[in-house]
Every structure is written in C-alpha cells, then in structure tokens.
Design a protein around this ligand. Structure first.
Ligand SMILES: Nc1ncnc2c1ncn2[C@@H]1O[C@H](COP(=O)(O)OP(=O)(O)OP(=O)(O)O)[C@@H](O)[C@H]1O
Ligand SMILES: [Mg+2]
Length: 267
C-alpha cells in the first residue's frame, strides 16, 4: 500500500469512546493522521480535546474503539503556571526530551545537550538556552516545550491550546514554526477555540462530546458544523473583506472579537 492508502499514517483512530470513571465524555471519533499535516482540533470548553490527546498519548485507555499511534508522540500541555517556579533553564526542559532515550543510570551528556541545543535553535531560542524557564514569556515557553518534543523525535506533536494568551507576533512565530514542522513531514494536532486560525491549516477535527466533523477546513467549517461544535448560535460578522468564513465566530468569542471588529472596521 502507498502512503495515500494508509500504510504511512502516524495515527489512526476508529470509533473511539473515551472518558473517565463517570462514563464517556467523547464518542464516535474516527480520523487518520498522515505525515506532514496540520490539524486543528476545534471545540468548546469541555468538548473533549484534552481527553482525546490523553488517549493518543496512551495516558488514558479508550472505553471503546481502536487507537493506533505509530512512532513517538510529543506533547505540549495546556500552560501550567503553577509549575513555573522550579529553577530549571530552557535547556534543562529541552533536555527532558532525551530522558526516555538514555538508560536510567546515565545523566544526559554532551550528545544530549547538543541535541537539546539544536532543538532550541530550531524553535528560535538558541540564545535563551540558559534562561530560567519560569522567566520566559508564554510564547517562548511554548516553543521550549516544542523543542522538548523535537528532542524526543516525535513525529506527531499534540499541542493543547498553545496560542492561548500569546500576542500577535508570538502567535505568528508559533504558526510559522508549525508550518515548518509540517513541511518536514511531522504532523501537528493543535487544540484551539479559534475557528478562524484553523482555516489556514490542512484539516479540522470538530469535537463536542462527540465528533461533529473531520475534513478540510474550507468544506467542513459550515455554519451548521460550527453551531453543532459550539452547541449554540454562532455569530456572523458583516463582511470584513477577508472572506465569508473568517467572519463566523463561536459564541463565547462574541464580545471580545466583536469589540475588536468594531475598533478595526468602525461598525
Ligand atoms: N480527570 C478527569 N476526571 C473526570 N472527568 C474529566 C477529567 N478530565 C476531564 N473531564 C471531563 O471530560 C470532559 C472533557 O474535558 P476535556 O478536558 O477533554 O475538554 P477540553 O475540550 O480540553 O476543554 P478545554 O477547552 O476547557 O480545555 C469535561 O466534561 C470534563 O469535565
Ligand atoms: Mg483542554
């Protein structure tokens, strides 16, 4: 079989049911991840995005269906502010990515440090390798965590809302880093609330306790799908010149984004 017919996929999920002691919180999830794609995982709070990632990482056993992940999966968690006080450098954090590859009795040596430094260079943070992780900005910390995943040689990267709290320049940097990783043949799955951003990527997976849709953003993100994903009315802003779809917003973004839209467009 060729890659197109499936032999080269990085992950395949079929009929997945996942949840906790209280029962399933996610059902009917089926999709495949080929190499070199950027997949937006869209859904409301509690929609099941992080739960899906935990299943892909093997932390949470499926309640039903099948999950086949090939190769290493790297994870960039939802920002954990409480854990930022540890006195570790950016390099230390990137080095953690080597720990699974060396025997337990060995400490990371020169080879591992070199790999970690290279990964920090790749994410544009070579110069800040010695900086305390807790002193870095949110966007820089996200990139350090991506460096850690690269050191693990992850082919599939799962990023849980990495754009939250980033300003526009940091978002752009992170976006172009994800583009580059995909161009190298890695795949990224990015949990996000931002339907507009997902439109620039290859695929979108919409979750709201179940899989609402999976496919190319252009043909998938209809108003109907967005309403089913967010469980309510979405809002359509008057045309802003950037295309029909980019003006559809999920409910809880109404206030902040409508305000921004008014500022920019004067209506
Ligand atoms: N450890 C847990 N034990 C029990 N229920 C949980 C646990 N973690 C999450 N849940 C529940 O599972 C559902 C899905 O949560 P999940 O964290 O996957 O959503 P999410 O899409 O990542 O949301 P957010 O956008 O807020 O991060 C929610 O109803 C949540 O309360
Ligand atoms: Mg989450």
């Amino acid at each position: 079989m060729s890659d197109r017919t499936g032999s080269g996929y990085l992950a395949e999920v079929s009929g997945l049911r996942a949840g906790y002691d209280g029962g399933a919180v996610l059902e009917g999830v089926s999709f495949r991840v080929e190499p070199g794609v950027r997949i937006g995982v869209l859904g409301p709070n509690g929609g099941g995005k992080s739960t899906l990632f935990r299943v892909l990482l093997g932390e949470l056993a499926p309640l039903g269906g099948s999950v086949d992940v090939r190769g290493r999966c790297g994870f960039v968690p939802q920002t954990e502010r409480s854990r930022l006080d540890y006195p570790v450098s950016a390099l230390d954090v990137a080095l953690m990515g080597t720990l699974s590859r060396i025997p337990w009795w060995r400490r990371p040596g020169r080879f591992e440090r070199q790999r970690a430094l290279e990964a920090l260079e790749t994410v544009g943070l070579g110069k800040l390798a010695g900086r305390q992780f807790g002193e870095l900005s949110g966007g820089q910390r996200q990139r350090v965590l991506i460096a850690r995943a690269l050191v693990q040689d992850a082919r599939l990267l799962l990023l849980d809302e990495p754009f939250n709290g980033l300003d526009q320049p940091s978002s752009r940097l992170l976006g172009s880093l994800l583009d580059r990783l995909a161009a190298e043949g890695r795949s990224v799955m990015v949990a996000t609330h931002d339907a507009g951003q997902v439109r620039g990527w290859d695929l979108v997976l919409c979750l709201n306790g179940r899989q609402v849709a999976f496919g190319e953003p252009e043909s998938t993100l209809s108003r109907r799908v967005l309403e089913a994903t967010y469980g309510g009315e979405v809002m359509v802003l008057p045309g802003n010149g950037s295309g029909r779809d980019s003006a559809i917003l999920a409910p809880y973004h109404h206030d902040e984004v409508a305000e921004e839209h008014r500022r920019e467009h004067g209506r």
